[in-house]
Write a protein that binds this ligand. Structure first.
Ligand code: NAD
Length: 299
């Protein structure tokens, strides 16, 4: 199939936006980026390098020189400049519905008429965002997972009007950057695998938050059971505990079920600025977290 995407614009280059931009650059797409915080891209890159080290060499980035690939990304100080000639725009700003809607409104006003607008949201369905644009048929969810841990997959989900051609084009693009597309046939909160991961997250946060177990034992058990190099708490540290909290709140606001509310202990971590790898402390301390030490699994 003909690849209709040549230029990709990534809007919001924190943890995930940076990873998506660099991965697309590795596959020779023209990539531009914009963030209200000009330092975000270099911070995202630093954290990605820590992730590479602790993820035990698993990486979907086909390069030994990630800096060289990152240098190919054209970081713009102006949103309109970043969007110029873009075929595909990936929004990766914080998980806040109003912010995403406002961002999509601006993307719609500034991006080329033919551009596809995708959100990397971890939980918000595109149907809640598409109405901020005049092109709902070209809007969709493309939820990439934490690429730095070697998780090379992305949920792809359309909204109420997304055309089959747009889904097909983006699915082909996801494959073209070495990722596995997970197609969602009917809109659901949490998409495909992220809903499964969220069920695990909710359970382990509850067990830790209520003081039943030490988070390290859950990670150890997970790593031994699945043969992976990170457990749920190490993954949450890499994702960002502020991001985890916001996602849990989307589920809670949808259900209003107290069981869906993130534990107070997680909020206390945010209040202490313990956000994970991005502030050098979350559940673990960085850049040398316990879980990447050789004796961690011995307990
Ligand atoms: P982050 O907080 O690391 O980065 C968000 C970035 O958006 C920041 O750099 C911030 O300066 C920027 N920003 C804020 N307002 C902006 C605006 N108006 N215009 C442009 N940039 C703006 O967040 P993240 O972890 O990268 O998450 C971004 C999105 O991706 C969220 O929707 C999140 O749920 C989703 N996501 C995150 C992960 C993860 O592992 N962190 C995984 C999958 C999906």
């Amino acid at each position: 199939m003909e690849n209709k995407i040549r230029k990709v614009a990534v809007i919001g280059t924190g943890t995930l936006g940076t990873q998506i931009a660099v991965l697309a650059a590795c596959y020779d797409y023209e990539v531009s980026a914009y963030d209200t915080d000009e330092e975000s891209f270099s911070r995202g890159l630093q954290n990605l390098k820590i992730a590479f080290r602790t993820a035990g060499g698993k990486s979907p980035f086909p390069t030994d020189d990630v800096d060289k690939e990152a240098n190919k990304v054209m970081f713009c100080k102006d949103l309109a400049e970043a969007l110029r000639d873009a075929d595909l725009v990936i929004e990766a700003v914080p998980e806040d519905l109003e912010l995403k809607r406002k961002t999509f409104e601006r993307l719609d006003a500034l991006a080329p008429r033919g551009a596809i607008l995708a959100t990397n949201s971890s939980s918000l369905p595109i149907s809640k965002i598409e109405t901020a644009t005049t092109r709902p048929e070209q809007c969709l969810n493309t939820h990439f997972y934490y690429l730095g841990a070697g998780i090379n997959m992305a949920d792809v989900m359309g909204g109420t009007k997304t055309t089959p051609e747009v889904i097909e084009t983006v699915t082909a693009w996801v494959r073209s950057i070495g990722c596995v597309p997970l197609t969602v046939k009917k809109e659901i909160l949490g998409f495909c695998f992220n809903r499964v991961w969220r069920a695990i997250k909710r359970e382990v946060l509850y067990m830790w938050g209520e003081g039943f177990v030490d988070f390290r034992d859950i990670d150890r058990a997970w790593m031994i059971f699945t043969g992976t190099t990170w457990g749920p708490f190490s993954l949450m540290d890499n994702v960002g505990l502020d991001v985890v909290y916001d996602i849990e709140m989307v589920y809670y606001n949808e259900s209003k079920d107290p069981k869906d509310h993130p534990p107070e202990a997680l909020k206390a971590k945010l209040d202490r600025n313990e956000l994970g790898i991005k502030t050098n402390k979350g559940f673990y301390t960085y850049p040398d977290p316990e879980y990447s030490r050789p004796d961690f699994l011995k307990g």
